[in-house]
Design a protein around this ligand. Structure first.
Ligand SMILES: NC(=O)c1ccc[n+]([C@@H]2O[C@H](COP(=O)([O-])OP(=O)(O)OC[C@H]3O[C@@H](n4cnc5c(N)ncnc54)[C@H](OP(=O)(O)O)[C@@H]3O)[C@@H](O)[C@H]2O)c1
Length: 347
């Protein structure tokens, strides 16, 4: 992508983490107009180096000095850090895209997937929230179908990669594979149970109603992004022993009659989506989606659990570190620097 705009001072905050590293790589690969790149993390990482644009940058600690003069900030740390530092960055004149959950339900802060509701960027907000990764990967398929057939209900069951919980979680799974191969006991500190050869309900906090936080994010954020406050959403989120790329089995019910062939046609035209038709090979899987920009969709078929001809079942897979986080954030920043107003909400 070419950017006919002047180079900016860009900060990636949380640069040493799983999302931050991808953000730095994608900023370079997409030729984002970076004049100066600040790789910022906690005090623990200060002085270390990270690769950027064929060279190395020194990691700085997050403080008033390291954010001075920053014009574009990709925040990829925890929600508490975002709550503290996003307002300071905005106050200092930066455009901020936040990957954490800190501002996602704040009505003053747009929650944006550019292909779906990029029109929210028309007013060039200073702070934009990046949605939850499972929400993005689900809605990349569900939103175009909603625009065609009118969504009435989403049922989603996720199969989430361990890197969704950060770099240490991915390293733990890799370590467990090595330990198992060497005949050693498997060590589990991040998830407090083995991820290798295991599957378990999502590790986020359990809420009083029995949902976990991840499931609630998908419910609330889907309603907000699609501007469907009463949308019925049923979710079960599950962690699987996959390094990167989340998969979601979606069952969608629509207002209007829907035909799988027409749905395929709709999705074949959807920006950022690639149909992987299992009838001419294998359905999409996380290894196919990993390190790619697109959300892959397979197994589009009638859902016999919905009223006749009103339901579709499908399988969607996307790299949650990219479209679910770093890439979506950079796409937002690109629009804010470029033609910010492109992309409209369609109903
Ligand atoms: N992983 C995903 O798939 C994904 C998807 C969507 C959204 N997100 C969100 O993106 C954010 C980053 O996630 P991640 O998976 O990349 O986590 P991670 O791998 O654990 O990385 C966390 C990053 O935050 C930095 N950090 C922690 N405390 C800090 C502080 N007080 N000041 C400055 N930096 C601090 C860490 O720096 P040190 O190395 O110095 O500790 C590290 O760079 C989270 O809010 C997460 O919810 C993640």
């Amino acid at each position: 992508m070419d950017h006919p705009v002047r180079p900016r001072t860009v900060a990636v905050i949380g640069a040493t983490g799983a999302v931050g590293r991808e953000a730095m790589e994608r900023l370079h690969r997409r030729r984002f107009p970076v004049g100066e790149l600040r790789a910022i993390a906690s005090q623990r990482s200060a002085g270390g180096t990270l690769p950027f644009a064929g060279g190395q940058v020194t990691v700085q600690a997050l403080d008033e000095a390291s954010i001075r003069g920053v014009e574009v900030a990709i925040l990829a740390a925890d929600a508490a850090t975002s709550r503290e530092w996003a307002p300071r960055l905005v106050h200092a004149g930066a455009v901020v895209v936040d990957n954490s959950s800190a501002f996602r339900m704040d009505p003053q802060v747009p929650l944006v997937v550019p292909e779906i509701n990029g029109g929210e960027l028309a007013g060039r907000p200073s702070l934009v929230a990046n949605p939850n990764c499972t929400t993005i990967i689900s809605l990349m398929a569900a939103a175009p179908l909603h625009h065609a057939f009118g969504l009435r209900r989403i049922t989603a069951c996720s199969y989430q990669a361990v890197s969704g919980a950060g770099l240490p979680a991915m390293q733990e799974l890799e370590g467990q594979a090595r330990q198992w191969s060497a005949g050693e006991p498997v060590q589990s500190t991040v998830f407090r149970r083995p991820t290798l050869f295991n599957v378990f309900p999502h590790d986020s906090a359990l809420l009083p109603d029995g949902s976990n936080e991840e499931e609630t994010k998908l419910v609330k954020e889907s309603r907000r992004i699609l501007d469907l406050p009463d949308l019925r959403v049923s979710v079960t989120c599950v962690r699987v022993p996959v390094r990167r790329a989340h998969a979601v089995a979606l069952h969608l019910e629509f207002e209007r009659r829907v035909d799988p062939e027409v749905a395929r046609e709709v999705l074949s035209r959807a920006e950022g989506v690639r149909l992987v038709d299992e009838r001419s090979g294998s359905p999409a899987d996380p290894l196919m989606a990993a390190e790619g920009d697109e959300v892959l969709v397979s197994r589009i078929r009638r859902d016999f659990g919905a009223p006749e001809d009103h339901g579709l079942a499908l399988w969607t897979v996307g790299d949650q570190l990219l479209k679910g986080a770093a890439l979506n954030a950079i796409q937002i920043a690109e629009r804010l620097l470029g033609d910010g107003a492109s992309g409209t909400r369609r109903r």
